[in-house]
Design a protein around this ligand. Structure first.
Ligand SMILES: Cc1cc2nc3c(=O)[nH]c(=O)nc-3n(C[C@H](O)[C@H](O)[C@H](O)COP(=O)(O)O)c2cc1C
Length: 205
């Protein structure tokens, strides 16, 4: 039962039968491509930040999957100490551009503001720890949403350079914003950026 509810959230009812459950035919190349495109490692390896978006709306079913993906992220104690503000008004997006140090691409087709909500975390720790937990909750959720967007052939830019008070005022909340995720169809597909060599990154101790 629980599993079915999660799948319903991941795949809205009109497309669920097309996506899951799915029996793959190894002879059918298009299905192999399908698996490759949705393979999580493939999505991770090919993701690249994008700041130029097509002026094209995102289909509501893609939006649903992005939200459902954010909702699957691990959170401290399972309390989901974060909130997502889905910004639809053009005027609010313009205000967010200003609140993000005038970064113009914040005016994207899909704009999600992730805020922390430490009051949701019912754990007996001091407020500093709960604050830290909620920042991690909001960050993970945004990361999951970002990966889901890429799996859906969308691109995104993570905005961390924000004036918290201006963002709060724009979206009408007292909650502290942690990041803005701007999503859209890319104008041009960019290759992933080179990353650090793993031998430099991993410190085996
Ligand atoms: C915490 C954080 C804050 C960021 N803030 C901004 C930002 O304010 N503006 C921006 O254009 N990109 C921002 N980025 C995107 C990074 O510049 C980008 O992820 C980085 O250059 C690596 O490129 P890649 O995402 O294509 O691998 C931020 C990313 C992170 C994780």
């Amino acid at each position: 039962m629980e599993d079915n509810r999660i799948l319903d959230r991941m795949f809205p009812s009109d497309i669920l039968p097309k996506v899951y459950p799915k029996e793959f035919d190894p002879q059918d190349k298009s299905e192999a491509d399908d698996i490759l495109n949705s393979n999580i490692f493939n999505v991770m390896l090919n993701r690249r930040s994008q700041r130029k978006f097509e002026d094209k709306e995102i289909e509501p079913w893609k939006l649903d999957i992005i939200f459902a993906a954010a909702d699957t992220a691990p959170t401290a104690g399972g309390f989901q100490g974060f909130e997502i503000f889905h910004v639809t008004k053009s005027e609010t997006k313009q205000q967010l551009v200003k609140g993000a140090n005038n970064q113009p691409y914040v005016n994207a087709p899909l704009v999600l503001v992730f805020c922390i909500n430490p009051a949701r975390i019912k754990l007996k720790f001091d407020s500093t720890i709960l604050h830290k937990f909620s920042i991690q909750d909001a960050t993970l959720a945004a990361g999951y949403a970002q990966l889901a967007a890429h799996a859906l052939a969308l691109s995104s830019i993570w905005i961390g350079m924000i004036n918290e008070n201006m963002v709060k005022e724009s979206i009408g909340t007292n909650l502290q914003p942690s990041s803005i995720l701007c999503i859209g169809y890319p104008k041009k597909i960019l290759l992933p950026k080179p990353k650090r060599n793993l031998t430099d990154l991993i410190h085996t101790i």
